[in-house]
Ligand binder design. Sequence first.
Ligand code: SF4
Length: 353
Amino acid sequence: MTTQTKPEEAAAPASGDAFLSVRDLKVHFSTEDGIVKAVDGLSFDLERGKTLGIVGESGSGKSVTNLAVLGLHNRKTTTIDGSITLDGQELTDAGEKQLETLRGKKMAMIFQDALTALSPYYTVGRQIAEPFMKHTGASKRDARVRAIDLLEKVGIPHPQQRVDDYPHQFSGGMRQRAMIAMALACDPDLLIADEPTTALDVTVQAQILDLLKDLQQEFGSAIIMITHDLGVVANMADDILVMYAGRAVERGSVREVLKAPQHPYTWGLLGSMPRLSSSVDEPLLPIPGSPPSLLNPPSGCPFHPRCAHTDKVQGGLCAGERPALAAGRAAACHLTGEQRQQVFIDTIQPRLG
Ligand code: SF4
């Protein structure tokens, strides 16, 4: 069967003047075995003061997308096509120096594992103060005051003393807070948080998410929250982008996507998530199979080898033609609106409660 590909995401997301705008982004890696299409035609927008949750399994392209925004890919082995504009400035052809200036000052990243991201050799205070000095030209003394102020803001007790501690002297939750302080040192307009609470217990997770929300209100930053946890997205985000095999398969507001999901992959993600209201013997419904190889992705809809609804689509379209993602609230799937509605009412809604 021949595979036809539509320009899946040529249609721009419905949005006005986005602060961050990604259009038809392709991030491909050259490997010994061939080209890995880690991101393959992705478009989205993000406005100031808003949070976009990007969800999907490992290998769906979430982190690769954001490393491209930050300009952190190795340009020798990575091909980046498409457009990424931040506050009107094109980033895909920006030089290393320009990107370095933007990182920290205009955009910053909060990593999953603070222990790896923080250097064990320097005090927490120094690691917060250095990017501040570098980007603002502040004196050592002023940078120290800034570090103490930020540690206080992120809820570290006795910041005057703790500023001279090393990361190993902090608990896991405190290290995560310190990393947030580090990311906020220069008031970045865009914060990218990659699974920022995965390594933390539930209580600390809730505190960190609340902290991020408070800081967003204070600093007005735009946030991209990368996660596989729909609970985190429900708590934090305004909009959701569901990614599968390097592409967006569903997009909408948090309410739209979590209350009335339209794509079989999103149904699968929701079905595999435990719910507080479910009884202890209610089984989780994991998505069968595993994410596809991006070296040799499946023809047509990349989800078709794992999808339970291909028999509802006539003419072998699922394996033969890649479904497009329309503008605005949309899902990339060949099922008709009525078919999706029917499956949702029969099998998904009762589970969501
Ligand atoms: Fe499933 Fe076909 Fe829709 Fe893909 S296009 S999600 S295979 S029904």
